[in-house]
Design a protein around this ligand. Sequence first.
Ligand SMILES: [Zn+2]
Length: 192
Amino acid sequence: MTIAARLLDVIDDDILPLTERGVGAGNKVFGAAILRKSDLSLVIAGTNDETDNPLLHGEINTLNQFYGLPDRPPTSELVFLTTHEPCTLCMSAITWAGFDNYYYFYSHEDSRDSFAIPHDLVILKELFGLEPGGYRRTNAFWTAYSIPELIESEDEPLRGELRARQQRIRDRYQTLSDQYQESKGDNDIPLS
Ligand SMILES: [Zn+2]
């Protein structure tokens, strides 16, 4: 199994069930997971909990739960999976935690255009003067990988199978996004 195929499994089977519950409680659609590099087995999955605390983005909530585990591998041995390209808060948290990678399913542009959540790009522009795509996806700390780009680099017939799975996952997220947008008028998340 390739890493792209495995990461789609984890989004579908481990993250999305948590996110469906989270969105039901008024939270955003963002989730994350941590896997072992050695065999791509799951260490932990998590989802956004901003109704509890606006800093509990999917990635931060997952990291907090990871650091609550009694016995955890060093981050140098782990893969960080995030459903949406991280905001600057989460990007920094991944850096400070010592990961040398992250893999994302949706881009910042997708978050703005398909999810009506433009804050990642607005913060990059307002705080750092960066246009979309302007941060360094390869740097001294880590490399960021786009899962859709990995899917496109696979050979057929796997590429076709993964594209179909990608579309099914997108459909699940579209339903959740509609649900969140309908409910968000009732929450007090500062950047909803
Ligand atoms: Zn974030």
